[in-house]
Design a protein around this ligand. Sequence first.
Ligand code: HH2
Length: 261
Amino acid sequence: MGILNVTPDSFSDGGEYLHGAAAAGHARAMAAAGAVIIDVGAESTRPGATPVGAEVEIARLAPVLRALSSAVPTVPLSVDTRDATVARFAIDAGAVLVNDVSAGGDPAMLPLVAERGVGICLMHMQGEPPTMQDDPRYGDVVSEVATFLEARMGAAVRAGVAEEAIVVDPGIGFGKSLDHNLALLRGLGVIASLGRPVLVGASRKGMIGALTGRGVAERLAGSLGAALAAVAAGASVLRVHDVAETVDALRVFTEIRGGGA
Ligand code: HH2
């Protein structure tokens, strides 16, 4: 899953792809490099970010989704939003997956996903982006996250979402310390035992910076390390900024393990 942030303030690529032409070019390059989903987000959820509201999200998404429908017509599009109004707009514009970092926190989200027959990624987050990194605490982070995701899967199915339409995500960096992130990545098998594909997004995140001492622009190698470790531990979808490099790393990794890319 290639990341396309159409935001002025995302932590690593804010402001780069705000306009349709730049976004389309980047999407084309990610698709050519092997992205099989492009995740378009119009609201930063980095630590400290403030919500922007549905109108702003839709105004940012509209020209970009239009441009993508002709630039990458065969690549499934995902919309990264917590707002059902925004999701509805994006689905109408061609999105087939809702990537919801609040796991259906908007009461209208799960019924919408059910009604429109699209997929949903249910992600775990403790707290809210403005304050989520202020001293996050857990008893046993892996079992708490797994229990939350199981409950949200249940809520989605009760709302009419097909179980096969669900992807789950432990939410690396969303209300988690470095130790919490490491425990979750080591314990992905527990999340995978929920029976649905596990998505992991560690690309360029703070945990990579904490482990390598590198700034956001220099986290590629660390991100590749996290991506391979995630796959080894049970991830089946990787949400990344650097698609070409991740695909190469995965190809070598999976060939050596005997699985094929
Ligand atoms: N991380 C970010 C945004 N959306 N969605 C899922 N499912 N999993 C993630 O780990 C995840 C996500 C944050 O990264 P990014 O989009 O690069 O930054 P920003 O939130 O600043 O736009």
